[in-house]
Design a protein around this ligand. Structure first.
Ligand code: DC
Length: 224
């Protein structure tokens, strides 16, 4: 289905997926797809155009006419740099709400698949291995305990100078996990043939070393 080799990293929020995916893409010299940024940008576009986050058909149409460009850390929405705006906790909740709609996921499917170009792609999200790139060379599912994930998110937001409250974050994260796992369309799940890596109590360096080892072994085995 896809031409260039793909490695997927799925999992709930706050596991360090984004960091690990970026490190792996840089290590391999491959492209990076932060699919969550797409849903976040679309949710922002919906807020701005007063589209109801519960209206799947309208959101699907909005997804088709909205231009999102992902360039490294930078995210552009119809030409505007929204990189910071989409990183708030509220933007994450909004993204999870728009992401339940089949119309939205369908509209973003081809766009995401088109990013799998040479020399290769590291894609992070919720359904990268299960739905978007089922033929990926390696499918990682990165997990961590909810408490640790909330603490990490808290630190991330504080480091960026954003307002955050740990108790609220734990609640939001649980609600978001629940919605991402329970939805009918492409729910968060360990993909078929996925390798579970638990990052609880592990440093980023340690998790990356493990993921890099898995990637190198998978690529050697498939001759990429
Ligand atoms: O990875 P993230 O926190 O930026 O994702 C924000 C939300 O977007 C997440 O709660 C669910 C949704 N999402 C999705 O449904 N599928 C993806 N592949 C990526 C994100």
């Amino acid at each position: 289905m896809t031409q260039a080799p793909v490695i997927t990293i799925d999992g709930p929020s706050g596991t360090g997926k984004g960091t690990i995916a970026a490190l792996l893409a840089a290590h391999l010299g491959w492209h990076l797809l932060d699919s969550g940024a797409l849903y976040r940008a679309l949710a922002l576009a919906a807020r701005r155009s007063d589209v109801d986050l519960g209206d799947g058909p309208e959101l699907g149409r909005l997804a088709v006419r909205t231009q999102v460009i992902l360039d490294g850390e930078q995210v552009r929405l119809d030409g505007e740099d929204v990189s910071e705006l989409i990183r708030t906790a509220e933007a994450g909740v909004d993204a999870s709400r728009v992401a339940v709609h089949a119309e939205v996921r369908q509209a973003l499917l081809a766009w995401q698949r088109d990013t799998a170009v040479a020399p290769g792609l590291v894609a992070d999200g919720r359904d990268m291995g299960s739905r978007v790139f089922p033929d990926a060379r390696l499918k990682i599912y990165l997990d961590a305990s909810p408490e640790e994930r909330a603490r990490r998110r808290y630190k991330q937001l504080k480091d960026k100078g954003m307002d955050a409250n740990l108790t609220d974050l734990v609640q939001e994260l649980r609600a978001r996990d629940e919605r991402d796992r329970q939805r009918a369309e492409s729910p968060l799940q360990v993909p078929h043939a996925g390798v579970v890596v638990d990052s609880t109590s592990k440093s980023i360096d340690k998790v990356f070393a493990q993921v890099r080892g898995l990637a190198e072994a998978a690529l050697a085995a498939t001759g990429a």
